[in-house]
Design a protein around this ligand. Structure first.
Ligand code: NAD
Length: 251
């Protein structure tokens, strides 16, 4: 079967589905100008992530953390949803998609109009004080970084500020993970899009859905460790794949 036939078959399944779930990773946002985790030369491939425990324990680690944020924020700030984000939002509005479960921290699904979005790894558009829990907009803290602050502190209580993302070494929000697991178990179609499917526990969801009876489809240009258990694997670039899916589903 060629890629176009596979995508037409997938569109058919999306039309019939009662409880489809889209599970997205950094690859859905690369065509919006945000580099994925492993893109060669990208910011993410040049820096070691700062572990949560290091971040809490050391001001030097916090300096490193904010230097990386300062470098990556520009990509997020100007990014707009692309065809794939928009098509998923339209599918949901038409009743063809139950939820988006995302590993992404860019909020592009919500900006595209998706209403039910489970953020497994939080979001980078908000900054939280770990002391008084006050939430600020990333824009505001980043203008402080641009003005020369290296380790911004909470203006209300002097506490440690951190992006509202889940760092390595930090547990996923339990209620979000539980709901994601429930929706995955209940899904009749589970569509993984643009994820290398290696970051756990998020990457356990496709297999969970498959074991519970979902049709598992993966759209990713590279191989993933879950390809062998998938019912359908598509290697077409995501933008092109969604053009075909959009036409075939009527969006
Ligand atoms: P990943 O970088 O590990 O994998 C992305 C996959 O998408 C790769 O296998 C790549 O080949 C594929 N891909 C990229 N562009 C594509 C395209 N146009 N068409 C088809 N395939 C394409 O991403 P992940 O699995 O989401 O895990 C990375 C972690 O990093 C996540 O936890 C996520 O929170 C974080 N992250 C998020 C963003 C974001 O919010 N946009 C960006 C970078 C990293």
């Amino acid at each position: 079967m060629d890629e176009i036939e596979k995508l037409r078959g997938l569109a058919q399944r999306l039309r019939w589905s009662r409880s489809a779930i889209a599970f997205t990773g950094a690859g859905i946002s690369t065509e919006s100008g945000i580099g994925d985790f492993r893109s060669p030369g990208g910011v993410w491939s040049r820096h070691q992530p700062v572990l949560y425990q290091e971040f809490i324990a050391s001001s030097e680690a916090r300096r490193r953390y904010w230097a990386i944020r300062k470098e990556t924020y520009g990509q997020f700030a100007g990014a707009k949803p692309n065809l794939a984000h928009r098509t998923l939002a339209e599918l949901e509005a038409a009743g063809g998609l139950r939820a988006v479960i995302t590993q992404n921290i860019d909020r592009l699904h919500q900006m595209a109009g998706s209403r039910k979005v489970l953020e497994l790894h939080g979001n980078a558009r908000e900054i939280v004080c770990l002391g008084c829990r006050q939430v600020s907009q990333a824009e505001e803290i980043h203008s402080r970084l641009e003005a020369g602050e290296e380790v911004p502190e909470c203006h209300a209580c002097g506490g440690i500020l951190k992006a509202a993302t889940v760092s390595f070494g930090q547990p996923l929000p339990p209620a979000v993970l539980e709901e994601a697991e429930r929706l995955s178990r209940e899904a009749d179609l589970f569509l993984a899009i643009g994820s290398s499917l290696v970051v756990t526990p998020a990457a356990t969801l496709p297999a969970l859905a498959r074991r519970a009876g979902a049709f598992l489809a993966i759209i990713n240009r590279e191989e993933t460790p879950q390809d062998p258990i998938a019912d359908l694997v598509v290697r077409t670039p995501i933008g092109e794949a969604f053009q075909i899916l959009g036409t075939a589903t009527g969006f």
